[in-house]
Structures are given as C-alpha cells and as structure tokens.
Design a protein around this ligand. Sequence first.
Ligand code: KG4
Ligand code: ZN
Length: 347
Amino acid sequence: MATILAIETSCDETAVAVVNNRTVCSSIVASQIPIHKKYGGVVPEVASRQHLETINSATSAALEQAQISINQIDAIAVTCAPGLVGALMVGLSAAKTLAILYNLPLIGVHHLEGHIYANCLSEPSLEPPFLSLLVSGGHTSLIYVKDCGGYETLGQTRDDAAGEAFDKVARLLDLGYPGGPAIDKLAQIGNPQAFALPEGKISLPKGGYHPYDSSFSGLKTAVLRLVQQLKVENVVVPVADIAASFQETVAQSLTKRAIACAIDFGLDTIAVGGGVAANSGLRQHLQKAATDRNLRVLFPPMKFCTDNAAMIGCAAAAHFERGHTSPLTLGVRSRLPLTEVMQLYQH
Ligand code: KG4
Ligand code: ZN
C-alpha cells in the first residue's frame, strides 16, 4: 500500500497531508480565511502569495506529524485542476520539485475527485459504482462514479453553486465570509418553516422540470427581496429564521435530486463531497430520505468536507494502484471537466 505526500492549494487553504492508501497519517490545513475575510471573498493574487509563504512549512509539518521521512514516501500527489491558476501553480511547483529531488512519481489530481474520495476516509471499503453529490463553493453536481477516473455528469447547477449560494446569502445577511458555516450555525436557532422560499427548477422544453439539475440564483434573489421588503417595512430582519428557511430549501432541493438520481440509475450509495457536505440541514434531510428508501448515504468526516490534502492523497492512491501517474510536464488548469480527468495521466 502506497504512502503518498499530497498537496492542495487550489483556493484558500494551503494543505499538505501524508496518507497510506485510505488512512490519514497527517493532515495540515493552513487556512487563509482570516486573510480573505476582510475582502468578503478570496482574492486570487493574495491567495497565491500566501500559498508561497506557507507551502514549505506545511510540507515539513505534514512529514513531522506523520513521523515519517521523505525517503519513506512512494509518490507525490498534487491538485492541478480546477482552481485559481496562480494558487495551483504554487502547489504544482512544490510537488514537481519534490518529485524531481527524490525521484518519485508525480500524480496530478482533479480537486473534485479529491472531494469524492474524501468519503473513503470515513468508509474505507467504498468502491464504485456509486452516485456522488458534489456540493462545494464552485460546483454542484450529481456524478455517476463508474470507476476511479471514470465519471459521468448526470446533473448540475445552471447558475450558482450550492456553496456560492450560502456565501452570497450570508453576505446579504451580513454574516461574513465564508457564509456556509455562519448560516448553518444560525439556522440551529431559527425556524426553517418561517419563510416559504422558491426552490429553483430547470424547465424542460416539452414541459415539466429537469429532475437532476438545480438552480440557486432565484432563491438568492428571493432572500434579497425579502430582506429589502422587511427593511422598507421597518421590521427587524429575523436573520436566524431566514438562514434556517434558506438552508431548509437548499437541503430539500439537493436531497430530492440526489435521491431521484440514485433510484433512476439503480445506485444504492450516495457519497456526498465538498464544503456543503458539512451542512447539518443537508446531512439530516439526505440521511432520512436515504434511510426511508433503503439507500446508503455517506459523508466525509467533518474536517475532510472542506478543502484538505488528505482527500487528494486518497484519490491519488486509487490512481497509483491502477498505474496512473502524471508526466513532469503536467500543467495547471483553471477548468477541467471531471469527465476528462484521465488527461492528467500518461498511459
Ligand atoms: O469544498 P470547499 O472547501 O471549497 C471549494 O472547493 O469550493 O467548499 C467551500 C464552500 C464555501 O462556499 C462554504 O461556504 C461552504 O463550502 N461550506 C458550507 C458549510 N461549510 C462550508 N456550506 C454550508 N454549510 C456548512 N456547514
Ligand atoms: Zn473544494
């Protein structure tokens, strides 16, 4: 079983981990959230510079925490797509340097594949086929996982991603960045039935609605209008009730689509991934709906829902086992469909 040093710098966390197949030996996540908070979101140039400052110490800390020497590492894994180009470049350069210096194989990893494989950290026996509900800051998709590297997109958002909707609504409610955890916390003391908010649906040309695609921008606008109207009426904005109602609507919408998709495609397991997988409302709704229909639903451990390098190492281990490694000419890509992930490997 391979021991892999994994690096993740696609957005605002400088993360390095050591994993042995599906066991985490160490995981360092140096979050830049306090730095970006004052801008209300991630500033790409600031993120790259911060990764550069932190990458070496995070790498040393990961090896130290795992009580392992670099000579005991079998391969170097790194997120190379999708993400902020400058940020990805820092991680890739560090990974290539280590691969060349220590003569180790390099394994480029698609960030979303990492989020899918984070489920193996709570359920090590997980193997395809299964359905993955990916809900992060930049993506909302239902993915048919056929094999490691073999993906089919069955549904996606037509506008805002789920995490993006949480962040935008949190900004409207003055809850700061990142919005997801803040809304989740406040929703605990709010009434989820206080406001009936519209669930975005994608109409089909011949009538009816797309069963797996979602839309969150209408919901965000509905919250904006509600807040504006309450302010015009001089009513104190019931922030907790709005947060709870919004979270309820998102959780219901994602649950409905994921369950329909799993049943229609005969998949008995739904593995959730991405930052929004940490959301308590989504966890409760999806768990209940899955149990009612005899489906298995998996969530990564809480600390591996948001960006981390352990999930990247876990995905890399699956590729390495299949003989997939990347050339040293590997580049970064700001976008890369999950369906094209095999481009990252030499055959
Ligand atoms: O996967 P992730 O760490 O980064 C991306 O790959 O985008 O996801 C970050 C997103 C942010 O939009 C954040 O607000 C959201 O995940 N998030 C949550 C929660 N924790 C993080 N959304 C809802 N509830 C949470 N508890
Ligand atoms: Zn992510």
